[in-house]
Design a protein around this ligand. Structure first.
Ligand code: AMP
Length: 289
């Protein structure tokens, strides 16, 4: 079966089920890219990868309230829907699912998915209910779309780690594909939240990718003292008066447990507030042992 050329936009769960069922009957494999919209080249790289792997691509655009804490940016999160739909159409997405909140969280909603250990450190220490919201919405979208493949970005490292864990633990019949972080030419990881940055904050925000680069460079130069390395990475951030560091961590790539001793593969993770905007970034660091 060659890939489908249709383009459907719907807020209706039954309509998604119907369109996907028809695509399946026609012999298509199904891929899904969950997003919160305000699409950029990072999101579109997931769509492209999903198109390579499957015949019928569903993108979901839903600013999921349950993954935002009360003081976070839910109401001001950018929602340029027309532009997003245009990008999806041009990228060859077949169906864009744009549900309303009550369709996914009906009155009386009380069923949550909690992935335990891997969500406790890092983001878990700063965003207590965030991952419960993400795991729940991803499982719901999986059940609605029933894709063969789900694509996520390495940009949200702890999120993709949690989702891979959930898929294994709950025997979900889906392949998880994790795509590399897409960056601006100067190194800033693309994020829908970058639009919040003033030009001065945008310049300071480069410190995140610079700190990660420093981590790799220092390891290559022979540094093996991880606490000294973290302190050096931190200082790349803290020289900027507009940056407040939430964490800089060198962790095990699978368990996300913070490392005290070097190992062949580590993940460096950073979260920092640049002015009022909270940004995250990460990089897998490798050394020959
Ligand atoms: P979001 O809309 O922020 O929830 O992100 C939707 C998906 O896009 C998630 O799987 C993210 O990890 C992924 N994503 C966001 N930014 C990037 C990026 N710069 N590069 C690659 N993937 C990204």
């Amino acid at each position: 079966m060659s890939r489908s050329a249709e383009f459907i936009v719907t807020a209706s769960i039954p309509e998604v089920r119907q369109a996907v069922a028809t695509a399946r009957v026609n012999g298509c494999t199904i891929g899904c890219v969950p997003t919160m919209g305000a699409l950029h080249a990072g999101h579109m790289s997931l769509v492209e990868e999903c198109r390579k792997r499957t015949d019928y691509v569903v993108a979901t655009i839903f600013v999921n309230p349950s993954q935002f804490a009360p003081q976070e940016d839910l109401t001001k999160y950018p929602r340029p829907l027309e532009r997003d739909l245009q990008l999806c159409r041009e990228a060859g997405v077949n169906l864009v699912f744009v549900p309303e909140v009550p369709a996914l969280y009906p009155p009386g909603f009380q069923s949550w998915v909690t992935v335990e250990e891997v969500t406790k450190p890092l983001e878990g220490l700063f965003r207590a209910t965030h991952f419960r919201g993400v795991a729940t919405i991803v499982l719901k979208l999986f059940n609605i779309v029933q894709p063969d493949v789900l694509c996520f970005g390495a940009k949200d490292y702890q999120q993709q780690t949690m989702i891979r864990r959930m898929v294994r633990d709950l025997d979900l019949p889906v392949e998880i594909v994790v795509c590399p972080t897409v960056r601006e030419p100067d190194g800033l990881a693309m994020s829908s939240r970058n639009v919040y940055l003033s030009s001065q904050e945008r310049a300071s925000a480069l410190a995140l990718s610079r700190a990660l680069q420093l981590g790799q460079d220092r390891l290559e130069a022979g540094e093996r003292d991880l606490s000294r390395l973290v302190a050096e990475m931190r200082s790349v951030l803290t020289v900027h008066p507009k940056i407040t560091v939430d964490y800089v961590s060198l962790s095990d790539p699978d368990t996300l447990i913070e490392l005290t001793e070097p190992q062949a593969e580590m993940v460096a993770l950073i979260a920092a507030r640049v002015g009022p905007t909270r940004l995250i970034d990460n990089r897998v660091l490798r050394i020959s042992m």
